[in-house]
Unconditional design. Structure first.
Length: 720
């Protein structure tokens, strides 16, 4: 503080001395004798010094901050250029393009690779880059994000607008909110557009390669096996399963059989193995069951087998697996040994042809396909099961009569086209009058192709006839199930509508009586208001509880636990709880014929069933009686609740177990969910429920629950 004051004082004294220097001592004394003049001079010098100091400090601070701002701006520009370079590199290597969507203007703004504004488009111009339908989906997603109906980060697939399919590009666009206003409303959306055309092409190529691999592998006429680099069997075709007696394809994959345990593998070192062809003679009687599973596969005796083991290596030369192709040549070798040397070649050719025909016949038999020939010259259709068997000739009239009436015109049209030697293939599906072993009408699909002579003239039609009965039946079932699903959806909508109505009714009553407290009313009426509010609140609470409980039942979330319970001791208490609100004019009767009856049941859920049935009996009975009784017979606990109340009319009776059902007077049965809950509980416990009622004569409900009685001890007499 002292240093701060020193400078202005020094300047002031210096200025003062310079002013007073020309004067004499007397003049100085004269000025000193005039205090006002001295103070005025002193204050002027003081202010001038402060102004000069402040100005100099301000200039210094401005220069300092100007330099600091310049350096920071240079660093920021360098960092922005670095970030823009990285962004451009990422966009180039990742096939990315950025664009913005202005929510207020509804314009699209493309960004350059450096993240700068490139060009602004109106929607119709921007849509020219994409397929029309895809762009409409994009616009819908944008509107949903702007209005908050969809997640702020969404992805959508788009195709480019191209006349030629080969030039069409595929994009993945991810949308996110780029800027918001003060209220959080989106102002700008950011679209990151990724060109995935190459990736889609690669995926398609991989799928095609996999499909070709599986087709060749599984349809091969020789045994094919694939082992991984550790020598573990990972795949086997159906032909090899048949050759080795494998029960099913997944069996060998689950047990992880090793290549070193393969009897046809000569024990070569797997790491150094090259393409190896082996011919083996194996006597399975000499192999142990623990290692080779010979008995499990039904393998015994001597087997001649030819195989080729080919190692698979990657580009670095590392081993990735082995393919083993082989076939059982036992029959061919034995035949070769039995015949003379002159017939060896002929026999081998014959066996190969028979094997080929057998494979064709096997494929026809397994796929339930028939061979078909049609000869326009003789107007005859021939059908055979396989290549070896004779063919069944059919005339045109018989072909037409084999079809059902609605398909006979189609059959006639197909025959007419073949008679006129149509050069095009013919594919038709026909429903026939023939029935299979299940009594179903057989559906046949004919695929015929024209066979031509050397001069290109059609001489006959050859094709396949496939049985599509199972497929047609499955489609029919699917249509039925679809209709059922639609009906279920309608029931669900009806349930929700009724539920909302039933909840609003007591809720409106509660709200109405509550509002009466705020209006002018008689104090004496307040107990009535309170009672109505309490009664409707209880009704609303019970209805909500029933809805929640029924939802748990529909979702199968309720667990049932069976315990050994003496039912004779708990039956009375559940009945009393159920008819606690019974009127004085109604007599309640409990028939409990057992001293002890120990059964394994879920007494908690069964107790809810008994209580609800008794409560419903009380609601519909103003006078007369209510009787509850039970009996154990033939592995079932049979319970009946009978009342002499109002009963249920004939029109309502078939629908009593539906939800929110009303009788002919518009009255709802209980809460509307009691009987549906009871029925669901009983059925989920494995039991059944029946109801018999007549208007004005009462109702009887029977419930049977399967259980096992551990102790049965009847009373000597029944006390009513």
């Amino acid at each position: 503080m002292e240093d701060a004051l020193f400078f202005p004082i020094f300047v002031r004294n210096k200025s003062f001395c310079s002013v007073t220097k020309p004067y004499s001592m007397n003049s100085y004394i004269t000025l000193a004798a005039q205090p006002d003049v001295l103070i005025q001079a002193f204050n002027a010098d003081h202010i001038l010094a402060y102004v000069m100091a402040t100005f100099l400090i301000g200039v210094f601070v401005l220069l300092f901050y100007n330099r600091l701002y310049f350096l920071r701006e240079q660093d920021a520009k360098t960092q922005i250029q670095s970030f823009n370079g990285r962004l451009a590199l990422i966009m180039q290597t990742g096939n990315l393009q950025l664009w913005l969507y202005d929510v207020d203007k509804r314009h699209y703004i493309t960004l350059s690779e450096m993240g700068e504004y490139d060009k602004e488009y109106i929607p119709i111009d921007f849509s020219e880059n994409f397929d029309r339908e895809d762009f409409e989906r994009l616009r819908k997603v944008i509107f949903d994000i702007c209005e908050g109906r969809q997640d702020v980060s969404s992805s959508i697939s788009l195709r480019s607008n191209s006349k030629h399919k080969t030039d069409q590009r595929n994009y993945e666009v991810r949308l996110s909110i780029f800027d918001r206003d003060e209220k959080g409303k989106p102002l700008t959306l950011l679209g990151i557009q990724h060109d995935v055309t190459a990736d889609r092409a690669k995926q398609k190529k991989v799928r095609q390669l996999l499909m070709r691999y599986h087709t060749v592998f599984n349809t091969s006429l020789i045994d094919m096996l694939y082992y991984d680099s550790k020598g573990v069997l990972r795949d086997i075709n159906s032909k090899a399963c048949q050759s080795f007696g494998v029960p099913y394809h997944e069996y060998v994959l689950e047990n992880e059989f090793l290549l070193e345990n393969n009897p046809f593998f000569n024990g070569l070192e797997m790491g150094k193995m090259d393409n190896t062809r082996t011919t083996s003679i194996v006597n399975f009687d000499d192999y142990t069951e623990e290692r080779y599973h010979t008995k499990e596969f039904g393998l015994s005796g001597k087997l001649y087998y030819e195989s080729t083991i080919n190692p698979i290596r990657n580009e670095e030369g590392q081993l990735e697996g082995f393919y083993m192709a082989g076939r059982n040549v036992t029959e061919m070798v034995e035949s070769y040994h039995r015949q003379q040397e002159s017939t060896k070649i002929l026999r081998k050719v014959t066996e190969d042809i028979q094997t080929y025909i057998s494979n064709i016949n096997y494929a026809l038999r397994v796929s339930d396909v028939r061979l078909v020939n049609y000869y326009p010259s003789s107007f005859t259709l021939e059908i055979s099961r396989n290549v070896a068997e004779g063919q069944l000739p059919l005339s045109q009239l018989r072909c037409i009569r084999m079809a059902t009436p609605r398909f006979r015109r189609k059959v006639s049209s197909v025959l007419n086209r073949m008679d006129h030697l149509s050069p095009h293939p013919i594919v038709e599906t026909i429903e026939t009058e023939i029935r299979d072993s299940k009594g179903r009408q057989i559906w046949l699909m004919f695929h015929m192709v024209p066979m031509k002579d050397g001069e290109g003239r059609v001489i006959r039609y050859f094709g396949l006839c496939r049985n599509l009965t199972d497929m047609v039946e499955m489609e029919g079932r699917l249509a039925v199930e679809t209709k059922k699903a639609q009906e279920t959806e309608l029931l669900k909508q009806s349930f929700l509508t009724n539920m909302s109505y039933e909840i609003r009714t007591p809720l409106n009553t509660v709200v109405g009586f509550a509002e009466l407290f705020e209006s002018e009313h008689d104090v004496a009426d307040e107990p009535v208001f309170v009672e109505e509010i309490k009664r409707n609140s209880n009704t609303l609470l019970k209805l909500v509880n029933d809805i929640l409980f029924l939802s748990r039942l529909d979702a199968n979330m309720l667990e049932y636990t069976k315990n050994d319970v003496d039912f004779s001791l708990i039956f009375d208490s559940h009945c009393q709880l159920g008819w606690s609100g019974v009127k004085s004019t109604v007599k309640t009767i409990i028939e409990n014929p057992y001293e002890h009856l120990v059964v394994d049941i879920d007494f908690e859920q069964l107790g809810k069933v008994i209580e609800r049935l008794c409560t419903l009996a009380v609601l519909f009975t103003d006078e007369g009686f209510i009787r509850a009784k039970y009996e154990y017979r033939h592995g079932e606990l049979a319970i009946s609740i009978e009342d002499s109340g109002n009963g249920i009319d004939e029109q309502t009776l078939p629908h009593v177990f539906d939800r929110f059902v009303r009788d002919q007077h518009g009255r709802i049965i209980g809460t509307g969910l009691d009987l549906p809950i009871i029925k669901t509980l009983v059925e989920q416990m494995g039991g059944s429920i029946e109801l018999q009622s007549e208007a004005g004569k009462g109702t009887t409900v029977w419930v049977t629950i399967p259980c096992v009685a551990k102790t049965i001890e009847k009373k000597r007499e029944i006390i009513i």
